[in-house]
Structure formats: C-alpha cells, structure tokens
Design a protein around this ligand. Structure first.
Ligand code: TYD
Length: 136
C-alpha cells in the first residue's frame, strides 16, 4: 500500500502554531499544484479515482474525514483529523473520501499539474490497469 501518514513539524508558542511546508524537505516531491476542498457534507463521497502518475499529500486543515485507500489487493481506512499530519498517497492508489465533518477543509499538495487523462475514474479499469502494470 503506497500511502503513509507524515507528521509535520509544528512551531508553536503563546501566539499560536505554524507548520512550514517545503518541497523536497518535509514533502517528498516538487509541489506543482495546490487545491483545497471545503463546504463538504457528511453524506457525500468524493474521490473515487486513482492517478496514473500523480503523488499527493492531503492535510485536514480543519475538521475530519475518512480516506479509503485501495491498491487493488487491500483496502484500508485512515482518518485525517489534524492539521499537523499529512497523508501521502502514491500513484496507482484508489482513494475515496467520506464521513466529512461539517466545515471540514482539506488542502491537497500535488506533484503534477491537473490532467484529466492521468485519472482512472472507473474501479474496474483501475483493477485491470494495475494488474497489467504489476503483472499480478
Ligand atoms: P474531482 O476530481 O471530482 O474532485 P475529488 O478530488 O473530490 O475527486 O474534481 C472536481 C472538479 O474540479 C472536476 O470537474 C475537475 C476539477 N478540477 C480541476 O479543474 N483542477 C484540479 O486541480 C482538480 C483537483 C479538479
């Protein structure tokens, strides 16, 4: 399973807290794109796709949601619920986001510009592609 939780160093004092994010330092790729997700609802599911060539780190800046991560063999659930932890997701990983808390805000750091052609949006196609790629 090509995902992991990355603790982000927090600089905190009586004024509040600060987390720096730097390509190639605490983020293991060059950040080419940043987007954020907000105004989510608990009953809505997002994601439901994989990326052929994209790596991402997702941070729950506020609130919480659950990620379902699937490499075609195993399916695991991870809660994202604090602004000092990033969820790294490698390529060829199916992901779904669900159980959003009200007001949840996710920021996503991506290794590539947006390209709809590198998305796999159908789960059966995802299984077929990864089994062809990894010869399993
Ligand atoms: P979508 O892939 O459905 O979001 P999620 O990550 O929750 O699965 O994206 C929603 C819309 O936004 C879709 O029309 C594509 C567009 N979009 C961009 O134009 N640029 C981007 O960087 C992203 C992530 C999405």
């Amino acid at each position: 399973m090509d995902y992991r939780l990355i603790p982000l160093k927090v600089f905190g004092d009586e004024r509040g807290k600060l987390v720096p994010i730097e390509s190639g330092q605490n983020i293991p790729f060059e950040i080419k794109r940043v987007y954020y997700i907000f105004d989510t609802l608990p009953e809505q599911v997002r994601g439901q796709h994989a990326h052929r060539s994209l790596e991402q780190i997702v941070i729950a800046m506020d609130g919480a949601c659950q990620f379902v991560l699937d490499d075609g063999k195993t399916r695991e659930e991870v809660w994202l619920n604090r602004p000092d932890v990033g969820l790294y997701i490698g390529k060829n990983m199916w992901r779904e986001m669900r159980h959003f808390s009200y007001g949840c805000k996710l920021v996503v750091l991506a290794s590539e510009h947006y390209d709809e052609k590198e998305y796999i949006r159908n789960y059966e196609d995802f299984l077929k592609e990864i089994h062809e790629e990894y010869g399993t």
